[in-house]
Design a protein around this ligand. Structure first.
Ligand code: SF4
Ligand code: SF4
Length: 170
């Protein structure tokens, strides 16, 4: 009897046990964690904005200088297993967060789909949402506050489009 395919690494390993290559692959490339956030100094509440870090490539939603990001953006936070457990603002779709919560990756994650395109097609990435923070005066940042992400309908892949001819005028 043929053996079943082994489970992929994110189903068998904890975040702490992953190799650096596995760790990097687990990031879906959504860019959501690269959006500027504001913290209420009195309450500690975090507000999400649609302004993206100046190093984020708004088309690919990837960092334009990942290797040197901490020199160029000192407030860039490295995501670590500990940070995944403690940062409340990591989006629920984040690959790290899902694995930490014992959930599988979803259809649009590049490790499932085999392509980085699906994270954009599913509307998970910030490609259509973000604009750069470059040139925005600090006092204007609150104008860019948005609601937290609502990800209804991203669990299942979209059904094939059902279309019929509606006639045409010649
Ligand atoms: S939110 Fe998570 S999956 Fe998305 S870019 Fe950030 S670390 Fe990667
Ligand atoms: S420096 Fe790069 S990884 Fe860090 S927040 Fe900016 S775009 Fe994201």
């Amino acid at each position: 009897m043929p053996s079943k395919d082994p489970l992929p690494f994110w189903r068998t390993k904890s975040l702490d046990d992953m190799s650096s290559s596995e760790w990097e692959q687990l990031c879906d490339g959504c860019g959501r964690c690269c959006l500027v956030k504001l913290e209420d100094e009195d309450t500690g509440d975090i507000y999400l904005t649609r302004l993206a870090c100046g190093l984020l490539d708004l088309k690919t939603c990837r960092c334009r200088d990942y290797a040197a990001r901490h020199e160029k953006m000192p407030d860039c936070i490295s995501i670590t297993p500990e940070k995944v457990r403690t940062l409340g603002w990591l989006p629920p779709t984040c690959g790290y967060r899902r694995v930490e919560e014992g959930k599988d990756l979803l259809w649009w994650h590049p490790l499932i789909s085999g392509t980085p395109d699906t994270v954009h097609e599913a509307g998970i990435s910030v490609r259509k949402l973000a604009r750069t923070e470059v040139g925005i005066k600090p006092g204007w940042i609150p104008h860019y506050i948005i609601d937290d992400f609502v990800d209804d309908g991203v669990e299942a892949p979209p059904a094939p489009a059902r279309k019929k001819r509606a006639g045409s005028k010649r």
